[in-house]
Each structure stands twice: as structure tokens, then as C-alpha cells.
Design a protein around this ligand. Structure first.
Ligand code: AP5
Length: 215
């Protein structure tokens, strides 16, 4: 299947994407993770992306579209893929349509993970991530087994730089102005399905699986 995950910052896109990716054995492609990898390795792309990400702004479309275009050409995408955090603007969505049509492919589903703005700060301020293997945790809702240590690879987990309250508020603004219009864009194409993510991770997973038709 070829799936897009939509939703506000902190909605739980990454958490559910990683569950779906394991369940369906399709690659989880997160543009946010690609940027963070480049920031960590101090590449030219990373240095440029950081100047936008730290302010809660979107990285310019030209940079982002080319990254996804290249990534989708990898062999592992032949069996399907899960795009998390892309597209985030109408321009990106139209570019993706073009890339897929050039490859003779189409999208199967756009999964909109819904959360109220009030819940976002609680989720993001408690989020911890593993800088080594990208596993995601939450201090209260999904803690590591050993305090501060990644369950998967035993590295020390960290707080993301853009998970400070003032940056979270900017990211929410950016989301409402630039990304939320994609709901209508995909609704018109008959591809949009929404899942309420205000329950627990497990409850959300059950709803997501229902939409995907898997158990
Ligand atoms: P990105 O990494 O994509 O960030 P985001 O969209 O802001 O989403 P998050 O990763 O913050 O949240 P999420 O929905 O994945 O939530 P998670 O599952 O972690 O992008 C970062 C930045 O890169 C952007 O701001 C932008 O600058 C740039 N960028 C990326 N893509 C771009 C693009 N296409 N164009 C331009 N710029 C781009 O969950 C959050 C927390 O809540 C976790 O701690 C989790 O454990 C917990 N949690 C999850 N679900 C639940 C639940 N149901 N109950 C309780 N806790 C839960």
C-alpha cells in the first residue's frame, strides 16, 4: 500500500507510522527524520534545514520535494511506502502527484491523525527520542523501560530541539495555515480517512488498523 500520514505536530503520526510500517512491512519515510539525520551529521542540507526547523517553519519546498523524489526511487518502495510528514503544502502534494504519475503509481490512502491543539503541548513537551535508532517515547504515556535509556539500542534518549513550548506554538500555527488545507485536497480525491488520536497509543492503533483492514 502507498499511504500518507497527515496530522498536527504531536498528533502521533510517527508513533502510528512506525507500528504500521512493522505490521505491513513497508518503509516508513519521515522527512522530519531525514532532516534530523542531516542536522546530526552537519551536512549542507542539515545546516539549511535547521535554520527553519528551529523556528517552527517549514523547510522550503524545492529541498523537500527532491529528497522525497529520490527516496521513492529506492527498491524498498516497490512494495509500498508510508510517507510521514510529507506532503505538508499543496505545492508538495501536487509535486508528489506528478512524481507518482511519472512512476505509474497511485496513492491508496491518506490517514489523517487528529488531535486537539490543547493536547499537543503535553505530548510534545514529554516526548523523548533516541538519536541513534529514532525510537520514540513519552515520559508519561510511553516511557522507556530503564529511565532515559532506549529500549531498542540502549542509547541515551534526548529531547528534540524543536519541542520547546515557543517552537511548538509556531509549529502549530504553521500546520494550520500551510498543512491543514491538505485535508480538503485529499478529501476531494476520495482518499482521506481520519482517526481520532486522543485516546491511548493502543486505542489509536486499533482504529488505524480498522481503517487499514488489518488485525
Ligand atoms: P516532523 O518530524 O515531521 O514533526 P511534526 O510533523 O511536527 O510531527 P512530530 O514528529 O512532532 O509529531 P508526530 O505526529 O510524529 O507525533 P509522535 O508520534 O512523535 O518535522 C519536524 C520539522 O521538519 C517540521 O517542523 C519542519 O520544519 C520540517 N519538515 C518536515 N517535513 C517537512 C516537509 N514535508 N516540508 C517542509 N518542512 C518539513 O508523538 C508525539 C508524542 O506523543 C510522543 O512522545 C509519543 O510517545 C506520544 N504519543 C503519540 N500518540 C499518543 C497517544 N495516542 N496517547 C498518548 N501519547 C501519545
Amino acid at each position: 500500500m502507498r499511504i500518507i500520514m497527515l496530522g498536527a505536530p504531536g498528533a502521533g503520526k510517527g508513533t502510528q507510522a512506525s507500528i504500521i510500517s512493522k505490521k505491513m512491512n513497508i518503509p516508513h519515510i519521515s522527512t522530519g527524520d531525514i532532516f534530523r539525520y542531516n542536522i546530526k551529521n552537519n551536512t549542507k542540507l542539515g545546516i539549511e534545514a535547521k535554520s527553519y526547523i528551529d523556528k517552527g517553519l517549514l523547510v522550503p519546498d524545492e529541498l523537500t520535494i527532491n529528497i522525497v523524489k529520490d527516496r521513492l526511487k529506492n527498491d524498498d518502495c516497490k512494495k509500498g511506502f508510508l510517507l510521514d510528514g510529507f506532503p505538508r503544502t499543496i505545492n508538495q502534494a501536487e509535486a508528489l502527484d506528478k512524481v507518482l504519475s511519472d512512476m505509474n503509481l497511485n496513492l491508496n490512502l491518506v490517514l489523517n491523525i487528529f488531535i486537539k491543539d490543547e493536547a499537543v503541548i503535553k505530548r510534545l513537551s514529554g516526548r523523548r527520542v533516541c538519536p541513534n535508532c529514532n525510537a520514540g517515547y513519552h515520559l508519561i504515556y510511553s516511557p522507556t523501560k530503564l529511565e532515559g535509556i532506549c529500549d531498542e539500542c540502549k542509547s541515551e534518549v534526548i529531547q528534540r530541539n524543536d519541542d520547546k513550548e515557543e517552537t511548538i506554538l509556531e509549529r502549530l500555527k504553521t500546520y494550520h495555515v500551510q498543512t491543514e488545507p491538505l485535508e480538503k485536497f485529499y478529501e476531494k480525491k476520495g482518499l482521506l480517512k481520519s482517526v481520532d488520536s486522543q485516546g491511548t497509543i493502543e486505542q489509536t492503533k486499533i482504529e488505524v488498523f480498522k481503517v487499514l483492514g488489518v488485525e
